[in-house]
Design a protein around this ligand. Structure first.
Ligand SMILES: [Zn+2]
Ligand SMILES: [Zn+2]
Length: 386
């Protein structure tokens, strides 16, 4: 699809919906027509085939909020005579994956996505020109949260600094009350054609840097760029179960949409502080549990803390070896998907650093009683070892 297609084709008529139809109505109209004219149902009927192509193309644009906004904008500008097709080179053709940023090279400063490129080309300064709905920008930030907050979920205040539209000049770049005139180099198109090796390339107008307009007295706040850094605080709910390094998407928490367009999204990369006694293995919590030798040898019921604040009793069977892991069901992390993990308890036999008289006597009595047991016998039972 190209700008030329946008100007010449009436996609609303193709789907038989009014220009103010909402997304649902457009989807319904498309489905109905797509079923009716589907090639499988109309084998060999070229009229149906043409019609099917037409409605597919129309829905491809109108079914996507951002593309629909661009289409509306191009058509409203073209209807008011503000857009003239460049001579010779033709309109920039935008096939699938075509990058308008390459063409206009971030014209006008700020984030030059497809939408704002068109805004730069056609928007602003015209004085009351109607702008189509435009989706707000996506924001990207990171935050650090505590171990328990990551498990339970937490609301954090995020400070976001973005290059937003300058509030003093409303993005025009002109000092309020001063004149903005149409660029004479590009006649307001924002781009000029350059011929190279038989091909015509469109490139940003060097005079107005793609804006299509020339400002006489630049805005003092943004120095004529039309954009200025804006800091805002967004309260965001980090869901329970987030992993260290996880990037979460908070829908609608990005930049505000324009002219009824939806808000953008906020992407937050979350770093989680290591826990003091608990660790994380995905949805499972981990805990190292020190045991006395007698508890490991004879067995014992041991109290184990949980992250939830209470404690559970773990039965240690007689003869538990060092490093053995026990599972306490359901005491882990509830993930962002609602999965419940376990608490994995790994025992570590503690060797006392100091023995008082009675303890020493007892250990020595144990030694005398167990002289026949050689825990290293296996090491010497193999071939080749002395
Ligand atoms: Zn300004
Ligand atoms: Zn220009």
């Amino acid at each position: 699809m190209s700008v030329k297609d946008f100007i010449e084709k009436d996609y609303y008529a193709a789907l038989g919906v009014p220009k103010n139809a909402d997304a649902d109505a457009i989807k319904k109209a498309y489905r109905k027509l797509a079923v009716k004219f589907h090639p499988d149902k109309n084998k060999g009927d070229t009229d149906s085939e043409e019609r099917f192509k037409e409605i597919s193309e129309a829905y491809n644009v109108l079914g996507d909020d951002a593309r629909r906004a661009e289409y509306d904008e191009v058509r409203s500008v073209s209807a008011s005579g503000g857009y003239r097709m460049p001579r010779g080179g033709g309109a920039p053709s935008g096939g699938a994956g075509f990058d308008f940023n390459d063409l206009f090279g971030g014209a006008g400063g700020g984030s030059a996505d497809f939408g704002s490129t068109f805004s730069d080309l056609f928007g602003g300064g015209g004085g009351g020109r109607r702008r189509g709905p435009r989706r707000g920008d996506d924001f990207e930030t990171r935050t650090q949260i505590g171990f328990r907050d990551a498990v339970e979920g937490v609301t954090v205040a995020l400070r976001i600094t973005t290059d937003g539209r300058c509030t003093v000049c409303a993005g025009t770049g002109a000092r309020p009350g001063t004149r903005i005139s149409t660029c004479t180099t590009c006649q307001g198109l924002g781009q000029v054609s350059r011929n190279a090796g038989g091909f015509a390339f469109a490139e940003p107008c060097p005079t107005c840097h793609g804006r299509g307009q020339v400002v006489e007295v630049p805005c003092t706040n943004c120095h004529g760029r039309g954009t200025a850094a804006q800091t805002r605080t967004i309260n965001a709910r980090i869901p329970a179960g987030v992993r260290d390094g996880q990037r979460i998407r908070l829908k609608g928490k990005g930049g505000p949409g324009e002219a009824g367009g939806p808000a953008g999204d906020l992407f937050v990369t979350v770093n989680v502080t290591a826990g003091k006694i608990f660790g994380r293995q995905g949805k499972h919590l981990t805990l190292t549990l020190p045991l006395r030798f007698d508890e490991a040898a004879l067995g014992a019921d041991v109290r184990v803390p949980t992250l939830q604040g209470d404690s559970v009793t773990l039965r240690i069977p007689a003869g538990t070896t060092n490093g053995r892991t026990f599972r306490v069901k359901g005491r882990g992390v509830t993930t962002t998907k609602g999965d419940k993990g376990d608490l994995l308890v790994t025992v570590e036999v503690a060797v006392p650093q100091r023995l008082d008289g009675a303890m020493k006597d007892a250990v020595e009595a144990y030694r005398s009683a167990s002289l026949d047991i050689d825990p290293r016998a296996e090491l010497f039972a193999h071939e080749g070892t002395p």
